[in-house]
Design a binder for this molecule. Structure first.
Ligand SMILES: [Zn+2]
Length: 481
């Protein structure tokens, strides 16, 4: 009996030693990831600053994507450019076999937001685009994590495949949906991404599903004074339509958002408008909610056309799914952002943040570099949609927010552009590289973790079958002239 206790005791000690050795070795690998990001930090910052300067809008990101793809190639990745018939999309791969872990990087800018790196509003180039969503940091930050993993693979410390996705046109045209429709995410085990923010946190919140429509009305032109009885006004129909949409607001759930603009409302008052069109976006917490409202909207379009005696046509431009969150993935990320630790700012950076917020007309609250605990999931997400949602219906997605702007900064504004071109943004980007890289170490090392993440994914996805909400044919590539 005594011997049995002795054997049992020795076994426990042995297993504890093995487990603590594994933890130490995993921690060492994460320290190697952090060192790798620090080793490459000047290059990553140079990439981010160059893309900030290029400020290329959706599907026009030729210089930005080339610079990232060239850098990945120089680091030893196999690069495939122009994937999914999108000239500015690419995939950079290193390693082989399972697991296959993906990480996404965006790089498109927003029109009309050109801004200098300073605390007052002033265009860098008048009327030009600017990185008001911080995507200049997004691509290099994610690539930095992939490079750190590649280096661990080169050193024989990890095995499998790491894949960086250069995903264009997030702000417009839904680049990732085209890549998803081409099946480019299908064989991934887990995918990661991050987004610039004013808080550091492992994301547990979803986004809104959205569908983008154009409603065209066609009538008959006539002289507005001489023979208006011969005319059939498409503008009348457009007005009946928007009036119907505004009445519909009263009878939808509070989570629904509908917003529209008139794209075409006639040319001059003395011609009865033969053509009019309305551009409408419908959002809700779930894809199914948007689909139900869309059916009611189609009837309103038909009714409006009947009232005006014109024809109507509803065109679906594209649509996005809400993000399917993954709590086991988020908890894994949380452990790693705690290892990386909070972002520390200098006095000058805090002064810059406070001055720029005051200049914008908002309260100055410093910069929040702390690590927030995981938030409880809200039933209905805050407003906003992203094409990451579609990817999250194909493969489990782990998402990070990293501070690149002052606390409470107005998003899609010149404040975000300015901070994304200087050290406040750079620090958030490097924090993201380290946090994503460290999280990937867990994914490459622990098969059971991937199984648990995927089990949650399958359970949450339920019976929903992902389908790209895109018109047939390739993406409409803008003319570069
Ligand atoms: Zn964004």
């Amino acid at each position: 009996m005594k011997n049995l206790y002795l054997i049992l005791f020795s076994t426990i000690i042995y297993l504890a030693t093995i487990s603590s050795f594994a933890q130490n070795s995993s921690l060492q690998k994460k320290q190697t990831v952090i060192k790798s990001v620090e080793k490459h930090q000047q290059e990553l910052i140079a990439l981010s600053d160059s893309i900030w300067g290029f400020a290329e809008t959706a599907l026009m990101e030729h210089k930005s994507s080339k610079m990232l793809a060239d850098y990945a190639e120089r680091q030893g990745f196999r690069v495939t450019r122009g994937v999914a018939d999108l000239p500015t999309a690419f995939i950079a791969t290193y390693g082989s076999g399972k697991p296959i872990i993906g990480v996404m990087g965006e790089y498109d800018a927003l029109p009309g937001l050109s801004q200098k790196v300073q605390t007052t509003k002033e265009s860098h180039t008048p009327n030009a685009a600017g990185h008001g969503c911080g995507h200049n940091m997004f691509g290099p930050g994610s690539l930095g994590a992939a490079i750190a993993i590649k280096e661990l693979m080169e050193a024989g410390q990890l095995s499998g495949t790491i894949r960086f996705y250069g995903t264009p046109a997030e702000e417009d045209l839904a680049g990732k949906v085209y890549m998803a429709r081409a099946g480019l995410f299908d064989d991934l085990d887990v995918c990661l991404d991050w987004h610039p923010s004013y808080e550091n946190e492992a994301n547990t919140q979803s986004s809104q599903a959205i569908t983008d429509f154009t409603i065209n009305f066609k009538g008959k032109s006539a002289h507005s004074a001489l023979d208006p009885w011969n005319g059939r006004s498409a503008l009348d129909a457009a007005e009946f339509f928007t009036s119907g949409i505004n009445s519909l607001r009263e009878h939808v759930k509070p989570s629904v958002r509908m917003h529209y603009v008139y794209k075409n409302a006639g040319q001059v008052p003395n011609v009865v408008p033969a053509e009019a069109s309305v551009w409408l976006w419908i959002r809700d917490s779930k894809r199914s909610g948007v689909a139900a409202i869309a059916e009611r909207m189609k009837n309103i379009a038909k009714g409006a056309a009947l009232m005006a005696g014109v024809d109507s046509e509803v065109v679906m431009n594209n649509g996005l799914y809400e993000i399917l969150t993954n709590e086991i993935g988020a908890k894994t990320l949380q452990k790693n952002i705690e290892i990386v630790g909070p972002i520390i700012y200098t006095e000058e950076e805090i002064k810059f943040a406070n001055t720029i917020m005051k200049a914008y007309g908002s309260e100055s609250k410093g910069i929040d570099g702390s690590i927030h605990p995981i938030k409880k999931k809200r039933k209905d997400p805050a407003g906003g949609s992203t094409d990451v949602g579609d990817v999250s219906y194909i493969v489990p997605e782990i998402s990070l927010s990293a501070t690149t702007a002052p606390a409470g900064a107005p998003w899609h504004s010149w404040v975000v552009v300015s901070c994304g071109g200087m050290s406040i943004g750079h620090k958030g980007m490097l924090f993201a590289s380290k946090s994503l890289g460290a999280t990937m170490v867990d994914l490459f090392e622990d098969k059971s973790l991937i199984i648990k993440i995927r089990e949650e994914f399958i359970r949450k996805k339920g019976k929903e079958v992902w389908k790209a909400m895109l018109p047939d044919g390739p993406a409409p590539i803008p003319n570069s002239n």
